[in-house]
Design a binder for this molecule. Sequence first.
Ligand code: HEC
Length: 179
Amino acid sequence: MNSFEINKIAGAVLACLLVITGLNQLGGMLVSPKKLAEAAYKIEVAEEAPKGGAAPVAAEPEVDVKTLLAAASIDGGKKSAAKCVACHSFEKGGANKVGPNLFAIVDAKKGHADGFAYSDAIKKTEGPWTFESLFAFIGNPKGYAPGTKMAFAGIRSAKERADLLAYLNSMSDSPKPLQ
Ligand code: HEC
């Protein structure tokens, strides 16, 4: 093949491309695609409660912790406590790790473990660790105690939290009645 033939082929290819582009443009001019005013398929997404609001804990739907506790499972709670064991021990006399030992935490005062350096965030929240305050804290640690050094996102499921509380309550010399 000599260079003249190669030129011819290249020319033909170019011409072809031009025609295709031209047709495409022409088509676009004849049929102008209309944009839909709305998406044809709408996907409903539940609106999340605003994050970082003034009172994130109050924004949660109200749940009656006592009712949930009455149906809670200690075994279920023991399983979800797997999310805590990297930082907490639960047994009597267990060591403080990244977080404090949690034996007998229900009804204990905030910052109950001796020799653990708590943040002010925990120490300055009011009252003892009741079922209700534990429920709120475990659901949203940073919402309940802004500035806490417990680096844990929280457990959304109310049932799972109730199970956990039943387990935490069982890890005590004098477990409280659940109802
Ligand atoms: C990444 C480590 C980490 C994980 C995971 C974690 N915690 Fe903590 N937790 C901490 C630290 C650190 C503190 C101390 C917080 C402070 O001083 O601000 C704490 C404090 C607490 C306290 C307060 C104790 C007291 O004596 O006042 C409770 C209750 C608690 N955690 C429960 C849990 C539970 C239940 C889980 C699992 C669902 C969990 N934590 C998961 C690190 C963790």
